[in-house]
Ligand binder design. Structure first.
Ligand code: ADP
Length: 263
């Protein structure tokens, strides 16, 4: 469904050129849920921007369903840490924003927006305004807005990190259940290893200097098949968490040593 084929990206600005990510190869299957984790500066945002078509790779190719990604596409939905709801628009009009941008705000699509709001636990919220909703509710509106244009792939950039733990856990379950039901493919960027382990089919661990794929951890079926909240309680969950932690730890230490040696 999604592929990074030998992708490198160099940022060029007045300060010079810097190699942000180097020779990335990654294939995401249709319906798969993967997470990207790694230390700050390892290229997570760059990779999401490349997948979203917001950046063109300096080298290599990004493919969506076999076709080169050349710019933003309605097939790709992006969900961010902040909900970016417009305060002067009703919830329904906020959720319908993508439909307007793509020129497809039809009565059928608006009915789908209402359906999504109901499925996401916000029945009757369409005529309210963002300030009337809690943070968790607003993030559900942001999810409805992302899903309204019926993207095939969702790029999730730390969508739960600004929320209280309790709300975050509930939303993880809701997002996973919704994406599974709709058969969506998803790429999640998160700092939270437990979240990555609980939600994903595969976790990609990135290293830095320059950003690269260090290794990947396949989540065992017994955990993968459970909703995130249940997955966290599975007896094998701790072992998976420790495996991820060990991989990440090594990288942090290596980066630390490299920085000391360079200075
Ligand atoms: P992460 O999201 O994992 O923190 P980023 O993708 O933001 O990593 O950054 C990867 C690397 O690219 C870092 O070394 C960062 O300093 C560099 N970088 C990111 N954006 C720019 C930019 N606009 N110009 C120059 N360098 C950048």
């Amino acid at each position: 469904m999604l592929e990074l084929a030998d992708v490198s990206h160099v940022y060029v600005n007045s300060g010079g050129a810097s190699l942000a990510v180097e020779k990335l190869n990654l294939t995401v299957q249709r319906g798969e849920f993967i997470s990207l984790v790694g230390p700050s500066g390892c290229g997570k945002t760059t990779i999401l921007s490349l997948l979203a078509g917001l950046l063109r790779p300096t080298q290599g190719e990004v493919l969506l369903a076999g076709e080169t990604v050349r710019g933003p596409s309605p097939k790709l939905g992006y969900m961010l840490q902040q909900d970016y709801l417009f305060p002067w628009r009703t919830i329904r009009d906020n959720a319908a924003l993508g439909l307007e941008i793509h020129g497809i705000r039809t009565p059928e699509k608006l009915a789908y927006v209402d359906e999504l709001l109901t499925e996401l636990g916000l029945p009757g919220a369409g005529s309210k305004y963002p300030h009337e909703l809690s943070g968790g509710m607003r993030q559900r509106v942001a999810l409805a807005r992302t899903l309204a244009t019926e993207p095939e792939v969702l790029l999730l950039d730390e969508p739960f990190s600004a929320l209280d733990l309790h709300i975050k856990l509930l939303l993880e379950d809701l997002v996973e259940e919704t994406l599974n039901r709709l058969g969506k493919t998803a790429v999640l960027v998160t700092h939270d290893l437990a979240e990555a382990a609980a939600m994903s089919d595969r976790v990609i661990i990135l290293g830095r200097n320059p950003g690269r794929i260090q290794c990947e951890v396949r989540i065992p079926d017994a955990i993968r098949e459970l909703a995130p909240m249940q997955a966290r309680k599975h007896p094998a969950f701790q072992e998976v968490f420790e495996q991820l932690w060990a991989e990440l730890d090594t990288e942090e230490e290596e980066a630390g040593v490299a920085e000391v040696e360079e200075s």
